[in-house]
Design a protein around this ligand. Sequence first.
Ligand code: 11C
Length: 344
Amino acid sequence: MGYKVAVVGATGNVGREMLNILDERKFPADEVVPLASRRSVGVEVSYGDRTLKVKALEHYDFSDVDICLMSAGGTVSKEWSPQIGAAGAVVIDNSSAWRMDPDVPLIVPEVNAGATEGFKKKNIIANPNCSTAQLVVALKPLHDKATIKRVVVSTYQSVSGAGKDAMDELFSQTKAVYTNDELVAKKFPKRIAFNVIPHIDVFMEDGYTKEEWKMMAETKKILDPKIKLSATCVRVPVFVGHSEAVNIEFENPISADEAREILRKAPGCLVIDKQEPGGYATPYEAAGEDATYISRIREDATVENGLAFWCVSDNLRKGAALNAIQIAEVLINRKLISAKKKAA
Ligand code: 11C
């Protein structure tokens, strides 16, 4: 017997990617139900070669749903995830609502799949922020080898991280530049076309932004609370694919060659590091792919035991939908859930 999977937020960037990936990975689902707010009821979404009609989240009966993939934002998740979890479905939530809750595991399967079983208290599992997911996939094998003390990371984040309206804003502003029309900025605080914006999410009291705080706090929860991390998160005019320039200080020595060999064998990582023009990954190649691409691996002589690299991944896939579905696969493969009997 297969699983019944609900996708909440099915009309959004990540929800649609979740439906694609469930099909691509031949997820053992007998039934997939796309859900969204009332205004999206009846909208058609693709699931493989099938077209499904979106149903209303409100009043949906979750009692025979096994897994609920949630990508409808923090406010909806805060209200609905506990109710869906109490109805018996395991919620895998893509928002930031539950990530820091001590009773909710925050999972990147390549890094801390073992922590998944902690979901039973609330029936909720959290998916990390996209910029954290790809980073910890790359950090984990290096941490295992040489123990990370401190990370300094600068991100180059695509507009799809801010949703479909943000992608439309980049498109229309870019067009307006060529047609000499007025540039309208609604989603971003400054023009994004042919520009970069050093600001993602709200400002915190200490001057960091919430996106930067998330990278620090989530890395600690997923990988190791002892790791110190300072991030600068920047929006760039790229549609899909987040990039990161990473500097690490380790407790123990590790050479660039050793790091390259370790990362080549690490789950979820793909090393492209030819050290010649074009011999590195960019968001263009990473979009639509599953891996975290790692390039430009080199020793950083400005600190003891220092290493620097470049890492790129599809923020809608490993940063969101793919990671959520990999968590669902962990639940099944580790026999942490079994498919419920469905009404005939
Ligand atoms: C961005 N990383 O690129 C954000 C999107 O906490 O899940 C995801 C925000 C989150 O704008």
